[in-house]
Design a binder for this molecule. Structure first.
Ligand SMILES: Cc1ncc(COP(=O)(O)O)c(C=O)c1O
Ligand SMILES: [Zn+2]
Length: 415
């Protein structure tokens, strides 16, 4: 039971009871604050929280590659909400839809799972210098966790990255090096060429630790579903670390006997740059370079040639009986709009699972009788240029004309 008691006005100390919609204080227009009776907080709350939720992702450390003495480098990652979206699910004609909202991670993307773990392990190993290649989000995440651990970090960030992502990396104190390239193949062969000669690499799959943390998706989702896997899980695919790690987690849970069946894993890529989709369509075990990384708004997953020819992610898709699907930029924009109406601002790449689900329902690659989880991997706030909906006019009013403001408000707002 909550220990919250009432609203209190900052300015005039008016008290208003809870359980009714309030905005500003009706007496003086001041700001309301909620007051608590902390005497009502159960005495064992701290012990309970510490034993479970407080550790968030680190509740699963027995299933992660860290020694018993390791001190997690943590910013509060994991245990993001698995939001039911019954209205949206119904509109799509799907039995059950869940949105795993990883936009709420400390640096705004799912990459924090991997970097919390990988930086912890690096710290355990006594490493002091490291780098990663990044389309933007991974760089911000490395920068934040390296700052926390006191590791010197450099990020080779794609020249196409949103300026906000670059600013975030700098804001967390890492060095930014802007990486020009013609194709992802060029990037990955350079990364493989410098491996072992450069500081410690946190690049997905070159680093063996990062994707391990993505197993925690599976633990969190199955726990939230009362130890049951969904029928399908959809994830955006760049390198494939997210999808592959999650698949590993589901398999572990089945081995442990905690779940009795596995989900189908569905990878989603932008149509302009979809080598994994092309490989799945060919029935191939490796991906060939395909597409143009600069030709889509889904910049975070615009990889025309995944590392190691995408073998791992293709294996996960195949073993799970899943598939990979390509979506256009306009499908991504529509999925962003739908997510916005669910209260989630996603960047285009993070809206890909929902766009992919809609496409799979259209082609019957996913049955309407399914229970699906879409992972929303990164916040739209870091790619603001693509949040604006061109064509949506913004009404202007003047603060000097309250009558006009009233007229506009009378028209209502939801679009
Ligand atoms: C928001 C977002 N979603 C998905 C991905 C793809 O992740 P992965 O490279 O693990 O396939 C990325 C990678 O940068 C990302 O930033
Ligand atoms: Zn007041």
């Amino acid at each position: 039971m909550t220990s919250a008691i009432e609203y209190v006005c900052d300015r005039c100390d008016a008290r208003v009871r809870l359980g009714q919609p309030e905005n500003l204080c009706r007496v003086c227009g001041g700001l309301l604050e909620i007051r608590y009776d902390l005497g009502q907080v159960p005495p064992d709350l701290r012990a309970r929280a510490a034993a479970t939720r407080a550790a968030r992702m680190w509740r699963w450390r027995d299933l992660l590659p860290v020694g018993p003495a390791a001190e997690p480098v943590s910013l509060g990652e994991g245990d993001t909400p698995l939001l039911a979206a019954p209205g949206l699910g119904e509109r799509l004609g799907l039995r059950r839809l869940w949105l795993k909202n990883d936009t709420l991670m400390p640096t705004g993307s799912f990459k924090d799972r991997g970097f919390s773990l990988a930086v912890t392990v690096a710290t355990e190993l006594g490493l002091r210098r490291a780098f990663t290649y990044s389309s933007g989000n991974a760089g911000a995440s490395l920068a934040a966790y390296a700052a926390r651990a006191g590791i010197d970090a450099t990020v080779l960030v794609e020249y196409l990255a949103s300026p906000v992502k670059v600013a975030a990396i700098r804001g967390y104190g890492a060095r930014v090096v802007s990486l020009r390239f013609g194709s992802s193949a060029e990037i990955f062969s350079a990364l493989e060429a410098i491996e072992g000669k450069a500081p410690y690499s946190f690049v997905n799959f070159i680093n063996p630790v990062r994707h391990e943390a993505m197993k925690t998706y599976a633990y969190e989702i199955c726990e939230a579903l009362d130890w049951r896997a969904p029928d399908v899980m959809l994830h955006p695919v760049g390198t494939g670390g997210g999808l592959y790690g999650a698949w590993k987690g589901f398999r572990e849970l089945r081995e442990l006997g905690w779940i009795d069946r596995l989900p189908r894993m569905i990878g989603v890529q932008p149509a302009a740059c979809a080598p994994i989709v092309a490989a799945v369509e060919r029935g191939d075990t490796i991906a060939r370079p395909a597409g143009d990384p600069a030709a889509t708004i889904a910049q975070s997953i615009a990889a025309d040639a995944p590392i190691q020819q995408g073998e791992r992610v293709l294996r996960a898709i195949r073993e799970s009986g899943g598939t990979a699907v390509a979506v256009s930029d306009s499908q991504l924009t529509e999925a962003m709009r739908l997510l916005g109406r669910e209260g989630i601002l996603a960047e285009p790449s993070a809206a890909a699972p929902l766009a992919g689900l809609i496409e799979c329902l259209r082609t019957a690659a996913v049955s309407p009788a399914s229970e699906a989880v879409c992972v929303i991997t990164g916040s739209g706030l870091k790619q603001p240029a693509d949040l604006a909906q061109p064509g949506d006019p913004v009404t202007e009013v003047s603060a000097g004309d309250p009558g006009e403001i009233l007229r506009v408000l009378d028209e209502g707002g939801t679009s």
